[in-house]
Design a binder for this molecule. Structure first.
Ligand code: NAP
Length: 365
């Protein structure tokens, strides 16, 4: 499939597996060898995670599979949920982690043949979490097959950020070749995914804003057309200068606060501002009157909301990200791989935001 066809899949068309029509297969004969598995458990909000043995879920529902987790991606939402600051309020004891790559070791009686024992799968368990464990039980609707050329690490780094960006830039903002895109939080997981798509799929010109000159240099190497730091004086003037005074067609912001306010002042006539997050934990104030002078649009994108409100687009976005990765068009940046026993170190990195790209947790041998 060529690149243009891949991109248009997310822009409009959605061809999905018909989940309701999957044929049932036999329940796996896999025997339960252990009564418990190791997991990272939260016992009190804002507390440290304890790596300990937890009881396995004994019996699968018809539509569920049991996945032996190889790698679990860490996301800001994992950090927020452990602090009680996320939409999902954890019922303690709680196991965070929702972006998982591993192998199926048991299937329920109603699961499609597509997902059998031994299948390499990506699971997004956005409702239940539980991925920071040697095993996780998920519904088949939360599963995607990992192509053989994609590693567990890459799959676990890809799904959440890249599908969010695909929906934001492709479906919502309808970004085009040669558009100028301004990315807030350029060195975070979402920012790097937006840069990857802009530079390597959409062929747009990405201007990224980040915290330091060192990070700006790294982002230029990754294909940024221009990289500025938060401290750069006159960001608006610089953006206007490189766009012949027109401004940018698209803003993709995951940072919020003053950077968002600056970015909004850089939008071109009929431009689009995609709000994907606010890493600084300060929701940007939106003054409705600001959209008038440039006749621009502000649009939000929440992957979690797509899961609930538009499952087909959600599913297709993850599939498209996997397809583009298989075709080596995109490649998520992993900054660190830690063991389950080091999980609190990973959460500290989320808290400190001192690790660009993705932090992954691999299960201990
Ligand atoms: N809409 C969705 O469905 C969706 C999906 C995934 C994530 N999100 C949200 O999007 C936001 C960013 O996610 P992410 O995965 O890109 O996060 P991340 O990997 O932690 O990156 C955030 C980046 O923001 C920058 N930053 C500057 N000041 C910061 C501060 N005070 N606190 C935190 N970060 C700061 C840092 O980059 P520099 O050092 O370059 O400044 C950091 O790398 C979060 O709010 C997350 O919850 C939303």
């Amino acid at each position: 499939m060529n690149m243009a066809a891949l991109v248009t899949k997310v822009l409009g068309r959605c061809s999905l597996p018909r989940l309701n029509n999957f044929e049932p297969t036999n329940i796996s004969r896999q025997l339960t060898r252990f009564a418990s598995v190791k997991a990272a458990v939260l016992h009190e909000l804002c507390g440290q995670l304890k790596v300990e043995n937890v009881e396995r879920k004994k019996k699968l529902e018809k539509n569920e599979v049991r996945v032996k987790v190889h790698t679990c991606g860490l996301n800001v939402s994992d950090y927020l949920v452990t602090r009680g600051e996320y939409d999902v309020k954890p019922k303690l004891p709680f196991i965070p982690g929702h972006e998982v790559a591993g192998k199926i070791i048991e299937v329920g009686s109603g699961v499609s043949k597509e997902f059998g024992v031994g299948s390499r799968v990506l699971a997004l368990s956005k409702k239940e979490f539980g991925g920071l464990s040697e095993e996780v039980v998920v519904a088949q609707s939360d599963l995607w097959t990992i192509p053989t050329t994609i590693s567990y690490q890459t799959a676990a780094a890809l799904a959440d950020n890249y599908s969010t960006v695909l929906i934001g830039l492709g479906r919502r903002a309808k970004i085009k070749e040669n558009d100028v895109l301004l990315i807030g939080a350029g060195s975070g997981g979402l920012g790097l995914a937006a840069l990857d798509f802009a530079a390597n799929v959409y062929k747009a010109k990405a201007i990224v804003i980040c915290s330091s000159e060192e990070r700006a240099a790294a982002l230029r190497e990754k294909g940024a057309w221009s990289a500025l730091t938060y401290n750069d004086k006159g960001i608006i003037n610089k953006v206007k200068e490189v766009t012949d005074g027109k401004g940018v067609q698209v803003v993709f912001d995951a940072l919020g606060g003053p950077v968002f306010e600056t970015a909004v002042k850089c939008v071109a006539h009929e431009g689009k501002v995609v709000v994907a997050g606010h890493a600084i934990r300060q929701a940007p104030p939106i003054k409705v009157a600001e959209v008038l002078p440039q006749s621009f649009s502000i649009m939000g994108v929440s992957l979690r909301n797509y899961l609930v409100a538009d499952y087909e687009t959600y599913r297709q976005a993850v599939q498209d990200a996997l397809d583009m990765c298989e075709q080596e068009l995109i490649n998520p940046y992993v900054s660190q791989v830690l063991k389950l026993s080091e999980v609190n170190k990973g959460f500290k990195k989320l808290e400190d935001t001192n690790c660009p790209g993705k932090v992954l947790i691999e299960m201990d041998d």
